[in-house]
Design a binder for this molecule. Structure first.
Ligand SMILES: [Zn+2]
Length: 79
């Protein structure tokens, strides 16, 4: 999948992956990062198992095993 320059600029303008994911799920600060419920449509859950690392700019869901960065996030969410 190839991203347009406009898209990459838009993503780069956002401060962090946390800001972007926080628009899709409620994130709570933990000791080492942020946790929330999985924002992906194919993984509904009641207990937060989705973690986001601001320092590494990556996410990982312990429930469904998805992980990646801002770009793979958008690929799945398709905003
Ligand atoms: Zn998940």
């Amino acid at each position: 999948m190839k991203f347009s320059t406009q898209f990459i600029e838009r993503v780069s303008e956002a401060n962090s992956i946390v800001d972007i994911i926080a628009q899709h799920t409620q994130l709570k600060s933990t000791g080492s990062g942020m946790m929330g419920r999985c924002p992906f449509p194919d993984h509904p859950e009641k207990t937060p198992s989705f973690s986001v690392s601001e320092s590494k700019q990556v996410y990982h869901c312990f429930g469904c095993g998805k992980s990646g960065n801002i770009f793979t996030f958008y690929e799945i969410i398709k905003v």
